[in-house]
Design a protein around this ligand. Structure first.
Ligand code: SF4
Length: 388
C-alpha cells in the first residue's frame, strides 16, 4: 500500500492567523479522511496497520487513538529529528494554544521513610541518602505554600507523600482531602496528589474533595522496570491508574528518562501510555537527577558515554508523545533545571506545555518562578489559566 495515501493533504489544514493554531480547512473532509483510516486499521488488523505511515496516521486522527503498536511508535520516534519536531509542533497547534504553558508547583507533604525500593529515590528508607523521615505536614502549612505558589502564577498545586500506599491511613487521607478542598475552594487552583497505590474507595474520597488529578508514574518500560523497582510490580501501578481513571479523576502518568534504559524502552514506555483509555490527562517527563546514596547513582557513574541519555532522546520522547497522545498536557518535571534554556525551548517546540516551577520539586532543585516567567515572556508564552 502506498504510504502517500495516508498523508493529510495540505489543503485540509490552515493556520488561524490570530491564534497561530493549525485547524482543519474542512472538518468534514478531515473527519472523513481520519475515519476512513481508522476503519482500514480495524478491518485490516495489526498486519495491515503496521504497513501504514505511522506519522501521517497520528496526524490524521481527530480523536486520540489507543491502538498503537510498538512498531508504529518506533517509526515515529526514529523520524529524522527536524521533521519529527516540526510535525509534533503542528500536532500541538491542532490541539492546544501554542502560547500557553501550565505552571505547577509540587510540595512534599510527607517526606522520606518510604518502604519502597525505587533505585533513584532519595526518600526510600532502603537508600542511604541521609534524608530524615518526617510526618505529614499540617493543612495550614500547605495552604501557606499554596498561596505563595498562586501569588507567583502557578495554577496547579501538587502534593506528594512518600508512601507505598494508603492502606491504614484513614486520618491522613481525610487530612489530604481537606487540603485539596481548601486549595480548590479558597484559591481556585487545580490540585494533584501523589500518595502511592490507591484503591477505588480511597480515590473516591479524594474525588469528593474536588481533586483534579492523581499522579502515579509507570517510571519506565515494562521490560526495564524490574531493574529499577522490586517492591511493587508494573501491574500494581497499572491497577492504581485504572482505579483513578474509573473514578473519573484525571490521571497524571509519566516516567523518568536516564535510568540506564535504551531507546527501545522509550518506545515501550510510550506504548504503555498511548494504549491507555483514556490517555494520561497529564504526562510528566522527568530527567534523572542522580542522587548520591541511591543505587542508580552508583550504577550509572561508570556508564560509558555512548550509553548515557542524550538530549535528542528526551526530545524524541516528547515529540512522539505529542504526536500519539495529542491532547495530554506534557509536563517537564524533575531535572529541568539541568537543561539549558535552548534545550527547554526545543522541548516546547516538540509539544511540552507544562512545567514544575517554584522553590523545590519534592527533594530536588527546581527552576524558580521569576526565571521561568522571564523565560516564557521572552518567547511570547503565557501561563495557562486554571481549569482551561
Ligand atoms: S514510592 Fe515514591 S517516595 Fe517511595 S521510594 Fe518510590 S519514588 Fe520514592
Amino acid at each position: 500500500m502506498s504510504t502517500s495515501l495516508l498523508k493529510v493533504p495540505r489543503n485540509l489544514i490552515k493556520i488561524n492567523s490570530s491564534t497561530g493554531r493549525i485547524v482543519p480547512a474542512s472538518l468534514r473532509m478531515l473527519s472523513t479522511s481520519a475515519s476512513a483510516i481508522q476503519e482500514r486499521m480495524s478491518s485490516g488488523g495489526a498486519d495491515q496497520s503496521s504497513t501504514l505511515n505511522a506519522l501521517s496516521l497520528a496526524e490524521s486522527f481527530e480523536t486520540p487513538s489507543s491502538n498503537w503498536s510498538k512498531d508504529q511508535i518506533a517509526e515515529i520516534y526514529n523520524t529524522p529529528l527536524m521533521d519529527l519536531v516540526f510535525r509534533a509542533q503542528v500536532q500541538h497547534r491542532k490541539h492546544h494554544d501554542p502560547t500557553k504553558v501550565q505552571l505547577c508547583t509540587l510540595l512534599s507533604i510527607k517526606t522520606g521513610g518510604c518502604s519502597e525500593d525505587c533505585s533513584y529515590c532519595a526518600q526510600s528508607s532502603k537508600n542511604n541518602t541521609g534524608l530524615k523521615a518526617e510526618k505529614l505536614i499540617d493543612v495550614e502549612k500547605v495552604m501557606e505554600k499554596a498561596v505563595i505558589a498562586k501569588q507567583n502564577g502557578s495554577t496547579r498545586f501538587c502534593m506528594g507523600a512518600a508512601w507505598r500506599d494508603m492502606q491504614g491511613r484513614k486520618s491522613g487521607l481525610k487530612k489530604i482531602g481537606e487540603m485539596v478542598r481548601k486549595i480548590n475552594d479558597e484559591l481556585g487552583m487545580e490540585t494533584c496528589v501523589t500518595l502511592g497505590m490507591v484503591n477505588s474507595e480511597q480515590v473516591k474520597v479524594l474525588k469528593d474533595s474536588g481533586l483534579t488529578a492523581y499522579n502515579h508514574n509507570i517510571d519506565t518500560s515494562r521490560e526495564h522496570y524490574p531493574n529499577i523497582i522490586t517492591t511493587r510490580t508494573y501491574d500494581d501501578r497499572l491497577e492504581t491508574i485504572k482505579n483513578v481513571q474509573n473514578a473519573g479523576v484525571g490521571a497524571c502518568i509519566g516516567g523518568i528518562l536516564g535510568l540506564g534504559e535504551t531507546t527501545a524502552d522509550h518506545v515501550s514506555f510510550l506504548h504503555t501510555l498511548s494504549n491507555m483509555t483514556p490517555h494520561p490527562e497529564s504526562l510528566p517527563i522527568n530527567r534523572l537527577v542522580a542522587i548520591k546514596g541511591t543505587p542508580i547513582e552508583s550504577q550509572l557513574k561508570n556508564q560509558p558515554k555512548e550509553k548515557q541519555l542524550k538530549f535528542d532522546d528526551i526530545l524524541r520522547t516528547i515529540a512522539t508523545a505529542r504526536l500519539i497522545m495529542p491532547k495530554s498536557i506534557i509536563r517537564l518535571a524533575a531535572g529541568r533545571y539541568t537543561m539549558k534554556e535552548h534545550e527547554q525551548f526545543l522541548c516546547f517546540m516538540a509539544g511540552a506545555n507544562a512545567i514544575f516551577t517554584g522553590e523545590k520539586m519534592l527533594t530536588t532543585m527546581c527552576n524558580g518562578w521569576d526565571e521561568d516567567k522571564e523565560m516564557l515572556k521572552k518567547w511570547g508564552m503565557q501561563p495557562m489559566k486554571s481549569f482551561s
